[in-house]
Write a protein that binds this ligand. Structure first.
Ligand SMILES: [Zn+2]
Length: 144
């Protein structure tokens, strides 16, 4: 794990959220970034969602070292998303899920670029759900 190919385990989430995870995986795997993100019940990396009383939409918590033994946990906050997404809950959930998987691909928040990026907190979550050209080029640069 720490490569562009890794698996994630869905933990304690309903089919709707498994669907968001699968969409997030496809949003990456369908690009030219060279990723292969799978969903496996025995994966060490985990993805879950819940109604947390926190300010974040999504939280990426890595442990270990990239390229050696990196494992991560992703949590997505359904409560905060529901509170702020209006009628766009599905879109915001997909944007957040795909963004968090971007962290698992070693991308940082708010990259220092004027180009559009899925990793910017100021993005329009209703319309920016997939990796942008900049994000794809960054994954290629990091793992190239
Ligand atoms: Zn982030």
């Amino acid at each position: 794990m720490p490569k562009r190919s890794f698996n994630v385990k869905a933990v304690g989430i309903n089919p709707t959220w498994v669907g968001f995870l699968d969409t997030g995986r496809k949003n990456w795997n369908n690009t030219s970034a060279g990723t292969s993100i799978g969903r496996k019940s025995n994966a060490k990396a985990t993805f879950t969602a819940g109604r947390y009383n926190t300010s974040w939409y999504g939280l990426y918590s890595p442990s270990g070292i990239r390229g050696i033994n990196r494992v991560f946990k992703i949590k997505v906050n359904a409560k905060k998303l529901a509170a702020n997404s209006g009628s766009k809950m599905t879109q915001w959930s997909r944007s957040t899920t795909t963004h968090e998987l971007g962290h698992a691909l070693s991308l940082d928040d708010n990259p220092n670029t004027s180009k559009a990026s899925l990793m910017k907190h100021g993005r329009n979550r209703a319309t920016v759900q997939k990796p942008k050209a900049y994000d794809i080029s960054e994954v290629k640069r990091i793992y190239g």
